[in-house]
Structure formats: structure tokens, C-alpha cells
Ligand binder design. Structure first.
Ligand code: GLU
Length: 313
């Protein structure tokens, strides 16, 4: 069977170097196997995602030299997301949650992604008589307990008991938006995704996604998590975000110049000389990609790779 990868950026801001590196690695992974690769523009956040940001993400990736076998906007899959909620409701697993953020944090128990565990306080609360569509509160799904075994393709052991370590996830938010984990697993299955290649910041919640997949009887893809680009913020290192967006970068870099920098930061090229994604295809091999995160700096005109740092998952 042909492998299918997907790049699934949230379209809530401009692409930054971390987004572009993730896109490049995902594309190289799929294309080097002769596989398909889908661009899924994750535009479900009604407060932060706009049609302009979504189009800018699509244009920016194409400017960098990445092409896709299919491009989808996640909002187009609403029906499939709602079907999944119908299935959970029919199984009696969906319930409204009345907890405030403060209640939720008051026990102080952390989940593996740095958030707060949900202790199941509202389990057993009934849905409105007219069904979940009439609910004005966030909806959670009741997870069965037990460990989900998972070692990703890079060797990261991500086995966890999502019910105990996270608690029941929100699957539909108060504002009606379908929550990320549910939309992501439903869409991976709709798009026949067999390889989920993404940054290590998303590794900690893989168990939750695997559990949801199992509950919906969706196929399980191979997961691989890769290095992140970090930036110095105060005296901390943080996942790169605000440093510099693609519009600024394009004032100073051509596409192959930027791609060459990313390839160098990832370990795929000995220097930051210009390279296209296609140039990198011939000898792409995950063994050449740095396992450790890289710190990068933007000095106002140029990017620089600084140091090495391990991120604990
Ligand atoms: N949309 C998510 C993000 O941009 C990533 C989804 C995924 O790759 O699973 O962080």
C-alpha cells in the first residue's frame, strides 16, 4: 500500500521557521518513500483562524517548494466530526462539563503535556434532551482506563494511560468548535493517512489520540516525532513562535535560501547554502536528521542556528 503522510498546521498565525521545518520533514518523509502527502489546513479555531491566515499558510508552503497530492481545509470535514460525536453519544460516553478552568486546576495535578488533569468530575451528567447539538457547555468523552502501548518510529516510548494521566478530553468546545484531538484522528482516517510525522511538542498527547482512534475503530498510523526549533525567551527556551513569521522572512530570504537554512538546522546539509526541497530528496534519511532540538536566532535580517538542547517528553 502507498504510504500517505500529512502536514496539518493550525492556521492561527503566520508560518514561522518551526512550521516550515515540520512541513519540510513531513514532505521529505512521504516523498522519499514514493508516498502521497496531504496538506490539511487546521482552521477550526473560530477565534484565531481566519480565511486569510489559511490561504497565507497554503501559499507560503507552496512558495517554499512543497507540493501536495491533496489540500483540504479541516472545516470541510464537519460532517465526519459530528458523526464521531453521534457515535460517542449513542454509546453513552459523551457528557457536558460544567467545570470552570479554576476548578479544573485546583487539584494541581499535571498531565504529561504540561496542562492540568481532568478528574472526571462531571462524568455521568446527562446531555440535553435534544441531544449534544443543543449543549452550550464543553463536551467530554469518557475514556476507558488502561495503558495504550506506543513506541514511535524514532524510538520514543509514548505508552500511557490517557484516562489516568489526562482524564477525559474535551471533544467539542464551548464555542462549538470540534476539539483538536477528535478532528485530527477523524481526518487522518478520512484521508487514509498511514504516517503521522510531526514535532516532538505533540508527542505527549499521542496516547490520547490512539485511545480515541481505538474507540472509533479507526486505523492506527505510524507516528514519528522530530526535533523542534527553539528560541530564547528571557532565560527560558521555548518552542519557536513569535520570533519571526514568513512575511518577514520573505523580505530577506528566497525560497531556496530559507530551505537551505532549515536543512542545515535539521542536520540535512553541512552548511546553510541554498537548497530546494527536491535537492534534499535524493539522500534524505531520518538517520541524518538531528535527534536533538536546535535553538535558533533571528537577528532582524538573518537566521542563525545556535546550540543543541534535549527536550524531555
Ligand atoms: N495543528 C496542530 C499544530 O499545528 C498539529 C496537528 C498534528 O500534526 O497532529 O500544532
Amino acid at each position: 500500500m502507498t504510504d500517505t503522510g500529512r502536514f496539518a498546521p493550525s492556521t492561527t498565525g503566520p508560518a514561522h521557521p518551526g512550521t516550515l521545518l515540520a512541513a519540510l520533514l513531513c514532505w521529505l518523509d512521504a516523498r522519499s518513500r514514493g508516498g502521497r502527502v496531504v496538506l490539511r489546513l487546521e482552521d477550526l479555531d473560530p477565534e484565531r483562524s481566519t480565511p486569510e491566515l489559511t490561504s497565507a499558510m497554503e501559499d507560503g508552503l507552496s512558495w517554499l517548494g512543497l507540493d501536495w497530492d491533496e489540500t483540504v481545509r479541516q472545516s470541510a470535514n464537519r460532517e465526519a466530526h459530528e458523526d464521531a460525536l453521534d457515535r460517542f453519544a449513542a454509546a453513552g460516553l459523551l457528557y457536558p462539563c460544567a467545570c470552570s478552568r479554576a476548578t479544573h486546576k485546583s487539584h494541581g495535578l499535571r498531565s504529561p503535556d504540561g496542562g492540568f488533569r481532568y478528574l472526571g468530575t462531571c462524568r455521568g451528567r446527562a446531555l440535553p434532551a435534544g441531544g449534544w447539538r443543543e449543549c452550550e457547555e464543553p463536551l467530554r468523552v469518557e475514556l476507558p482506563s488502561g495503558v495504550v502501548p506506543c513506541v514511535d518510529e524514532s524510538g520514543l516510548d509514548l505508552s500511557q494511560d490517557p484516562a489516568a494521566q489526562f482524564g477525559d478530553p474535551v471533544v467539542r468546545r464551548r464555542d462549538g468548535a470540534i476539539a483538536y484531538h477528535l478532528a485530527s484522528v477523524v481526518d487522518d482516517s478520512l484521508q487514509d493517512v498511514t504516517r503521522v510525522v510531526r514535532g516532538r511538542d505533540l508527542a505527549a498527547t499521542t496516547g490520547v489520540q490512539l485511545r480515541l482512534r481505538a474507540m472509533l475503530e479507526l486505523p492506527r498510523p505510524v507516528y514519528r516525532h522530530h526535533l523542534l526549533l527553539l528560541e530564547q525567551r528571557g532565560d527560558k527556551l521555548a518552542k519557536l513562535h513569535g520570533a519571526v513569521g514568513l512575511p518577514r522572512l520573505r523580505e530577506h530570504y528566497g525560497a531556496s535560501g530559507l530551505c537551505g537554512f532549515l536543512a542545515h538546522a535539521a542536520g540535512l546539509s553541512p552548511d546553510p547554502a541554498p537548497r530546494t526541497p527536491r535537492d534534499l530528496l535524493a539522500d534524505f534519511d531520518w538517520r541524518r536528521v538531528h535527534a536533538q532540538d536546535r535553538v535558533i536566532h533571528w537577528d532582524g535580517t538573518q537566521l542563525r542556528v545556535d546550540a543543541v538542547r534535549l527536550l524531555d517528553v
